[in-house]
Design a protein around this ligand. Structure first.
Ligand code: ADP
Ligand code: ZN
Ligand code: ZN
Length: 818
């Protein structure tokens, strides 16, 4: 009998090494090796884990004297053949070792255990003399759930005989918290007419018809909602369940940090005309069965979730699967609630908020084809689905989609990568947002993406009034700058008196301090790069961390010549303090990275706010995400300038998104909302556009600026980061790399000019954790050319870097250059 199984494998080593490698398979192991399994291979005199990417059946490689794999580590594949090209694309585009890409995509490590089958037990009982086989069997019998101490190749033959079965277990058996949502819904095959016919003729219950019609109309309704809405709710529910018309449904949802979980998922709605139109377009593109990308630009509150839901249903009906990505775990949790209550169990969740065991379980369900829809954050991008037909990226503009290089995993932009994956899967990708990213909107203009508009809030709830307060000249009695203007103070007062809630938002990222002219409001920017200069306390200088331009701090304001520039930077803590002094009777709480360090803290803060146990919530960008607090009628932005002056070419874009999102927090209930934005730059185009809810005018201006300065989407960026322990050696390496760069570019006389290298400069947080950090910024209109340069550079300087003990990271499409 000849086996069709492979003689050779192409594998990715689970370590930071570039490229893939070939190995031979010894005869005994061939029948049990699959693409997607981990294997143990000899590599540089060690045995290391590797992932099987390809089986090569023929004898083509047999003359190469390949080394043999040592063992197979998995009884079943961990990923699918179809996903391999996508792993390879990530590795290639983001210049990262493929083994590390795969390692970071897969759920945490796990181990193998085995248990005996009936047959195995019988064999063990019938053996009279000890043999190696019976020793194995008896160890397994005595050690349920323990890690197997032998190479698996010893056990596969026994599994084949049906004596035992091998399983994988997550390392830590943590119980995932989940909670239950209770629903009530009509039983299958019962319609309203039938139900009404079952009413006793003499029934005196007045609201019964209303009660039943509501449930039949919406399908599935939260039990608590129905009980609260009808004063005889509990009685009605009970009665109609007994009559066999309604039934209970319990849905368990994974707990994740965030308020979203506290809120009940909304009941289904009949789509309005914009939603219907959007859905029709989405269905049309999906039915083509080829790749396309839709940008669903629907203002906050336009009802995008409902469109996502119907789109997912359509994908599933067409026999394919869907991935739904959210920027935050808490939003993913909210979406999970919505979808699980309606779609049932063929849903997986995948994000870092789950325990290892749960992540592993969810992942394996996908591999085995038990899942139609995966909901998650960034990492759901790699979901091992056999034939995804729809990928939805909700809040596509959110920078939380950027994964920074972490624990050996790659840096990537999950939204961009989702588009690539969709292309590979011949799927439709839907990017949804109320404030699209400049990049995606530009793509919709050039026709790369199809633009779908949902311009109205559902049920015509009005957008809030946005008011701008000019902070120039706002001083207290001692002539000092104030955090809370008289206008905002008055509004807060009125709001408290009316018994409503307020959110005050202060966007201050890390150590960043803005150097600002208090007279005209201008932040000092780099003359070359037009990004704000960063104030370096140690050197007392202002530095551009794109190009390295620097200046002393005692400069004249370029627009009004004032010499009274000041470092402007205060935190949420100070704000909370001032508020307590101003409103001694108000209940104030603060939500930022400091106050939420303990697990579950953010959840508690939001929960108390949701129950109106707090009047004013002070917070950083954490508070801007899509939560719904109906009693919030006032939102204050303490300083739009802190965000506008952030040293990043996307500062304007981020501020616009932020202000729009913040504004979206006000007036979600029945009362009209009010937004007050404090700023030194009341005439800034970003502030103006946000006030008018005018994305288009923001975009037009922003686009011109980007074009003029050659920033994305009109060019591509990469950031080369160098990091070493020794100051002198690191500086040497930086100098050498810089000259390597020049000589490569000189070798390309014509095309070399299409690339600009800025730097090297010492990273703004240069001596972070005792490391020496430097960076270069590289700009080019051609992605291919830039890649070429980066790959060349890594190759030619590898030895030199290693000799100096310096680590080089190439961040393609960087988002944070601090
Ligand atoms: P978005 O994500 O676009 O900001 P959501 O999907 O959160 O908006 O919807 C906002 C609110 O409108 C939700 O409470 C949702 O239940 C409700 N909603 C959605 N579609 C409809 C509809 N067709 N009719 C009435 N309400 C709707
Ligand atoms: Zn000035
Ligand atoms: Zn510069």
């Amino acid at each position: 009998m000849t086996s069709q199984k492979p003689k050779h494998l192409r594998v990715a080593i689970s370590a930071p090494v570039k490229g893939t490698f070939f190995y031979a398979v010894p005869k005994g192991l061939a029948p049990t090796v699959w693409v997607g399994c981990r294997v143990l291979v000899p590599f540089n005199n060690r045995k290391v884990t590797a992932y099987v990417l390809e089986e090569i059946p023929g004898p083509d490689l047999s003359d190469q004297n390949l080394k043999e794999i040592v063992d197979i580590l998995d009884a079943e594949p961990l990923f699918l053949r179809q996903t391999v090209p996508f792993f390879e694309w990530i590795a290639d585009y983001y210049i990262h070792p493929i083994g590390m890409v795969i390692r970071s995509a897969l759920p945490e490590a796990y181990f193998r255990t085995a248990h005996l089958t009936k047959k195995g037990l019988a064999v063990l009982d019938s053996r009279l003399f000890a043999s190696e086989e019976s020793e194995l069997l008896s160890w397994i019998k005595d050690h349920p759930d323990k890690r197997l101490p032998w190479p698996l190749k010893k056990l596969y033959p026994l599994q084949k005989k049906g004596w035992l079965s091998i399983e994988s277990r997550a390392k830590k058996e943590v119980i995932t918290d989940s909670y239950e949502l209770k629903f009530i819904r009509p039983k299958k095959d019962v319609d309203l007419e039938t139900a009404l016919a079952k009413r006793a003729k003499s029934s005196k219950v007045k609201n019964e018809v209303e009660f039943l019609s509501e449930i039949f109309e919406t399908g599935t309704v939260l039990l608590s909602e129905m009980k609260a809405k009808f004063n005889n709710g509990p009685y009605l529910v009970n009665k109609w369940v007994t009559k066999g018309v309604l039934e209970h449904q319990t849905v368990s949802v994974h707990k994740s940090p965030g308020i979203a979980n506290i809120l009940p998922p909304p009941s289904p709605h009949t789509l309005n005309s914009h939603q219907v139109k959007a859905l029709d377009l989405i269905k049309t593109y999906m039915d083509k069965g080829t790749f396309s990308c839709c940008l669903l630009y629907g203002v906050t509150g336009s009802g995008k979730t409902e469109v996502y839901y119907q789109a997912v249903v359509h994908a599933i009906k067409s026999g394919r699967q869907a991935i739904l990505m959210a920027p935050e775990i808490s939003l993913a949790g909210y979406l999970e609630g919505v979808f699980r209550s309606r779609l049932g169990d063929r849903i997986a969740v995948y994000h870092s908020g789950l325990s290892n065991k749960e992540r592993y379980r969810q992942w394996m369900r996908m591999v085995k084809g038990e899942v139609d829809l995966v909901i998650g954050a960034r990492s759901a991008l790699f979901a091992p689905l056999p034939a995804p037909g729809l990928i939805i990226v909700d809040e596509e503009h959110d920078s939380a989609y950027v994964q920074e290089e972490r624990r050996g995993g790659p840096h990537y932009q999950a939204r961009d990568a989702a588009v690539v994956r969709a292309k590979m899967e011949k799927a439709l990708v839907v990017l949804g947002s109320g404030t699209p990213s400049v990049q995606s909107f530009q793509n919709s203009i050039t026709g790369k993406y199809h633009l779908i508009l949902m311009p109205d809030r559902v049920e015509r709830r009005p957008l809030p009034d946005v008011e701008i307060v000019d902070m120039k000249g706002v001083r207290n009695a001692w002539g000092k700058m104030e955090m809370i203007s008289p206008r905002l103070r008055k509004a807060l007062n009125e709001n408290l008196t009316a018994g409503n809630q307020a959110i005050l938002f202060l966007n201050r990222r890390g150590f960043h301090r803005l150097y600002l002219c208090p007279r005209c409001g201008q932040a000092i920017s780099c003359p070359n790069c037009d990004v704000a200069l960063t104030f370096h306390l140690n050197e007392d200088r202002l530095i551009c961390h794109y190009c390295g331009f620097n200046s002393e701090t005692k400069v004249r304001c370029p627009s009004c010549s004032s010499t009274k520039l000041k470092a402007y930077g205060f935190g949420t803590e100070k704000l909370e303090h001032e508020l307590n002094a101003l409103f001694p009777h108000a209940r104030i709480s603060r939500m930022d990275a400091d106050s939420t360090r303990r697990k579950g803290e953010a959840f508690q803060i939001l929960k108390r706010f949701g129950r109106h146990e707090t009047d004013i919530l002070v917070g950083t960008q954490m508070v801007t995400k899509g939560y719904d607090f109906p009693l919030v009628t006032l939102v204050g932005v303490i300083s739009a300038d802190l965000s506008l002056g952030f040293p990043d070419f996307r500062a304007g874009e981020r501020t616009f998104q932020l202000l729009s999102q913040v504004a979206g927090r006000a007036g979600r209930g029945n009362q009209r909302g009010n937004v007050i934005i404090q700023t030194f730059n009341p005439d800034h185009y970003v502030v103006r556009a946000a006030m008018a809810h005018d994305f288009q005018s923001f975009f037009d201006r922003e686009r011109e600026l980007r074009k003029a300065l050659d920033y994305p989407p009109f060019s591509n960026l990469a950031c080369l980061r160098l990091q070493g322990n020794n100051k002198k050696k690191t500086e040497e390496a930086v100098y050498q790399l810089s000259s390597d760069l020049k000589s490569i570019l000189n070798r390309w006389p014509r095309r070399g000019k299409e690339i600009r290298v800025l730097g090297p400069i010492e990273a703004p947080m240069a001596r972070l954790k005792g490391k020496q950090r430097w960076q270069f910024l590289i700009k080019s209109r051609s992605v291919a050319l830039m890649r070429h340069l980066l790959v060349d550079l890594e190759r030619s300087s590898l030895k030199m870097l290693r000799a100096n003990g310096v680590h080089l990271i190439s961040d393609v499409d960087p988002y944070d250059m601090l």
